[in-house]
Ligand binder design. Structure first.
Ligand code: C2E
Ligand code: MG
Ligand code: MG
Length: 721
């Protein structure tokens, strides 16, 4: 029974230590010992017990570990063949009852001992008893590595398993060798804490962190900087094959890497083995190749392939957004001649210089070189304005001269423009149309830009020409003011509106409706508006009668910060009483930045001038404008007066606006009064003032000498002009 208790204990110990393999053999031992006893007791079952016993003995001798069990007197209870073979003993040398000392002596005599011990000490140590559990790895003098697990038995003996793990250790060592010496940077990291558990030499060298430093770091440290430029979160990078990421090296440099990662267990932790391949240089090379494939070697501009891609993408985007864009086909005039006369070196230098300028003048628009001296530009933005602005800048470059290796050459060019979607909705059509029109531009004498749509072309050409002339109009004294009387309903003229006229040297008188928008677009409205103001005030100040003078202001003039200052200066210069000046503005002034406009209006009003709201009833005519600023006057647009009689709503609207103005304490003037009926209706409705051909047409002031008091009044009242 004592033995049984020990067996149970050993059984438990071995289970604890995962030594299950030993159990079979161990049980065999028990049965060997108990055999005589069992035989006596078993009686009729004896044969079955013998069978069982033989099986257990077979199992004991065939287990992969050596097993040996000693009693309290250090005699063998049971020892299997494997144990004997491990130490060069014959089965007879390890029969039950053999003294352990004799067995050890034989082992030593066989030349087997611990690698680092003398035979005597080995013998001494080996012959001492065992009272505690021991797990040891022994290196034998012959190079074998034996894992030994010993467990004490209750009766003073012990049981031990011995296993030859030489091969396993060799395999482990070669794997370590493979990791350490792998030319590919590798590491193992803990998947929970993300800390590095092991790094190989290649990783240390490639990243530049010292090994000790590396082992205190975790994955985010490697990615911290790189994370901002699109690095992949490695936390989610288990079992990755070739995912790319950005890593920071110790010197702060960033590298692009392909990451290969596989989950494993390492030193008991859930870990992953990662190897990385630095693809930074490869990517640079790839980008260089892609750049070469998409760029022209000589000028460094995008080439035809890049242009085709870009045009397709632009069309696709425009289809989605409904926006238009312009395609400019540019051809350098006389390139062939330059090449022939000065040679290819100068020809190449010419192309490069021209490309550089094209790119500069095209500003943010895409420029490509698609042939010898052929370039294209994709101009995105409102059309045809954007395309014509780019074309105009390019044509402006035509006259520029280049100094190339001692030769003076002119960069002349012609431009053909096709607009999406008007002149084509696919790349082929657009390009063909731009090309067609380019040849027309060349035929027309080069140094020109032509639009595909001839109407657009002539409109743009005309407005370009007009704008060119307008720039000179102020200096050439081509601008003049006409004056149109404004009268109260009893017919007395109380003031004049100054209306701008342009006497063009070849085209005759041009309407402000035609050139004011051009002046506004080009910014010319500022000097022109200033001239009008100065001229009108100077003129009115010279009148013997203190009549009012109305001057129109463009919304664009309100972009100027110093508009009130300008008005103030002009009033001082002219000596005109501020109360005689009436500034006519349209609701366009209040439309964009009304807070700013209102503050300018208040400053103007503070000068003592009158403010009138012109063209009321057109546009939005929001009543909130009337509420937001105390206008002195509302000018009802001519269209309501014109429609009187024809359109019953007009009379209602006129009546309502007059009442509205009076309710708001503003006087009301009706524009475009041409007939007696219109006049009578307005008088009945108590409209304060009238302006129109019936009272007088816009004319040079000389026609109104009498009205302004410079000559006796010829005909009082209406129809002055
Ligand atoms: P507006 O300020 O509403 O001027 C009234 C327009 O109606 C003038 O056209 C005038 O000639 C016209 N008109 C006056 N009475 C009659 C009439 O009985 N029947 C008809 N059919 N028309 C009449 P105009 O002179 O061609 O000026 C057109 C617009 O150009 C003006 O409209 C004004 O907005 C602008 N404008 C004129 N001069 C200037 C200026 O000096 N500066 C600015 N910024 N704009 C100006
Ligand atoms: Mg006006
Ligand atoms: Mg008007």
């Amino acid at each position: 029974m004592k033995l049984l208790t020990s067996v149970e204990m050993i059984f438990a110990t071995m289970t604890d230590h995962g030594l299950f393999v030993a159990i079979g053999g161990f049980v065999v031992g028990i049965f060997c010992c108990l055999l005589p006893f069992r035989r006596r007791r078993a009686g009729a079952d004896g044969a079955a017990v013998v069978d069982q016993n033989q099986q257990l003995v077979a199992a004991l001798h065939n287990m992969p570990q050596g097993l040996c069990m000693f009693d309290g007197e250090q005699r063998i209870i049971v020892c299997n063949h494997k144990y004997a073979a491990l130490y060069g003993l014959t089965p007879e040398m390890v029969t039950p009852g053999t003294r352990r000392r004799d067995m050890v002596e034989r082992i030593v005599a066989n030349g087997i001992r611990f690698a680092d011990e003398a035979p005597e000490s080995y013998l001494k140590e080996r012959t001492e008893g065992v009272s505690t559990s021991v797990d040891k790895i022994h290196k034998l003098a012959d190079g074998r590595i034996i894992a030994v697990a010993r467990r004490p038995l209750a009766g003073g003996g012990w049981v031990a398993t011995h296993e030859d793990i030489t091969e396993l250790k060799q395999r482990e060592a070669s794997f370590q060798l493979l990791f350490d010496n792998n030319p590919v940077p590798m590491w193992v990291y803990d998947r929970d804490t993300l800390r590095f558990l092991a790094v190989n030499q290649a990783a240390v060298e490639h990243y530049g962190y010292r090994r000790e430093q590396f082992l205190t770091m975790s994955l985010p440290d490697l990615q911290s900087v790189a994370g901002d430029i699109g690095g992949t979160e490695l936390r989610a990078m288990e079992d990755h094959v070739g995912a790319t990421d950005w890593h920071a090296k110790a010197d702060g440099g960033l590298i692009e890497v392909a990451v290969y990662s596989r989950r494993l267990r390492y030193a008991g932790a859930a870990a992953a083995l990662v190897s990385v391949i630095d693809i930074t240089e490869r990517r640079v090379a790839e980008r260089r190749i892609a750049h070469l494939a998409h760029h022209d070697m000589l000028t460094k501009l995008p080439n035809r392939a890049a242009f085709t891609e870009r045009l397709d993408a632009t069309i696709e985007r425009a289809q989605g957004s409904g926006e238009s864009f312009g395609l400019l086909f540019v051809d350098l005039d006389f390139f062939k001649e330059i090449n022939d006369v000065f040679g290819h070196v100068v020809g190449d230098a010419f192309l490069c210089a021209a490309s550089e300028r094209l790119q500069r003048l095209a500003e943010d628009n895409f420029v490509a070189r698609i042939g010898g001296d052929e370039f294209v530009i994709i101009a995105e933005g409102p059309q045809p304005l954007t395309a014509s602005a780019v074309a105009e800048r390019l044509i402006g470059m035509s006259s520029e001269q280049l100094e190339l290796q001692g030769h003076k050459v002119e960069i002349g060019l012609s431009v053909g423009v096709a607009l999406y979607p008007a002149d084509g909705t696919d790349a082929k059509t657009l390009l063909a149309n731009a090309d067609t029109v380019l040849y027309r531009a060349k035929e027309d004498g080069r140094g020109r830009a032509c639009f595909f749509d001839p109407q657009m072309d002539s409109k743009i050409q005309q407005s370009h020409a007009l704008l060119r002339d307008l720039r000179q109009a102020v200096e050439r004294d081509e601008l003049l003011l006409y004056y149109q009387p404004q009268a109260v309903v009893d017919g007395e003229v109380i003031g004049f509106e100054a209306l701008l006229r342009w006497r063009h040297e070849t085209r005759g008188m041009i309407s402000p409706a035609e050139f004011i928008p051009l002046a506004e677009e080009s910014g010319l409205i500022d000097p022109i508006g200033e001239w009008v103001l100065r001229e009108a005030c100077r003129e009115a100040a010279s009148w013997p009668q203190p009549l009012s003078i109305a001057v129109n202001l463009s919304p664009v003039q309100f972009q100027q910060r110093d508009l009130p200052q300008l008005v103030h200066r002009v009033l001082l210069e002219s000596g005109l009483a501020p109360s005689r000046l009436e500034l006519e503005i349209t609701e366009g002034v209040l439309l964009s930045d009304s807070a700013r406009a209102l503050s300018l209006l208040r400053r103007l009003k503070a000068l003592g001038v009158q403010i009138a709201l012109d063209d009321f009833g057109t546009g939005y005519s929001s009543l909130s404008y009337l509420q937001s600023f105390p206008f002195d006057k509302i000018k009802i647009d001519a269209k309501f007066v014109r429609n009187l009689g024809a359109n019953p709503q007009s009379s209602t609207i006129l009546r309502a606006v007059i009442a509205l103005g009076h309710g708001l304490d503003m006087s009301v003037i009706a524009e475009g009064v041409e007939t007696e009926e219109q006049y009578r209706f307005l008088a009945q409705q108590h409209c304060d003032q009238v302006q129109g051909y019936l009272i007088g047409r816009p004319l040079p002031v000389a026609h109104y000498d009498a009205a302004v008091g410079r000559a006796p009044y010829a005909e009082p009242g209406r129809a002055l002009g």
